[in-house]
Design a protein around this ligand. Structure first.
Ligand code: HEC
Length: 145
């Protein structure tokens, strides 16, 4: 519980505009969608920073990504999807490995760990995300909840 509270506080600090600040709980498909958009943006920034060897910047963006992924776990708890919750936890664990590699400024380890994180995101997307063929919009797979 403590971890959720901590990440909710961090989310309140990094989420802006369209999201009501008091409601940082990710427990509806709409909130999951917002959360994933945030994850996409911050993880994209991690890759961009890694690409220019700006490891300190990458670490900052990674912390945001981790806060989002941690907050997103609430959605799977509420909807009783233990396997998805585990996939989200695996993603966080792989982000911790990446964080260490960034801290050590070990470019080879950073590359390998970043790939692992991407694989962890994809493991959940393959199972729980779908894309509209026409609009290309992503959503939660039909029938999941
Ligand atoms: C446990 C499951 C799970 C994990 C882990 C996960 N995602 Fe997602 N993601 C989803 C689901 C479900 C959707 C579809 C929800 C939606 O977009 O409405 C989604 C959607 C997205 C989208 C599309 C958002 C949009 O609507 O435009 C992006 C970008 C994204 N995820 C990035 C990531 C990244 C990067 C990671 C890893 C750091 C990650 N996700 C980890 C389940 C997950």
């Amino acid at each position: 519980m403590r971890r959720f509270l901590t990440s909710a506080a961090l989310l309140a600090a990094i989420w802006t505009g369209s999201v009501v600040h008091a409601q940082t709980k990710v427990d509806t498909p709409e909130m999951l969608d917002k959360c994933m958009k945030g994850i996409g943006a911050s993880f994209g920034a991690v890759f961009k920073a890694v690409g220019s060897n700006a490891f300190a910047d990458a670490k900052t963006e990674l912390a945001k990504t981790k806060a989002y992924v941690t907050a997103s776990q609430e959605f799977w708890v509420v909807n009783k999807k233990d396997d998805a919750l585990q996939l989200a936890k695996d993603t966080v664990a792989k982000m911790d490995v990446l964080d260490k590699a960034l801290g050590a400024a070990d470019a080879a380890a950073v590359g390998a760990a970043a790939k692992e994180v991407g694989g962890a995101c994809a493991a959940c997307h393959n199972k729980y995300r779908e894309q509209d063929a026409t609009t290309k919009a992503f959503s939660l797979k039909a029938g999941v909840i």
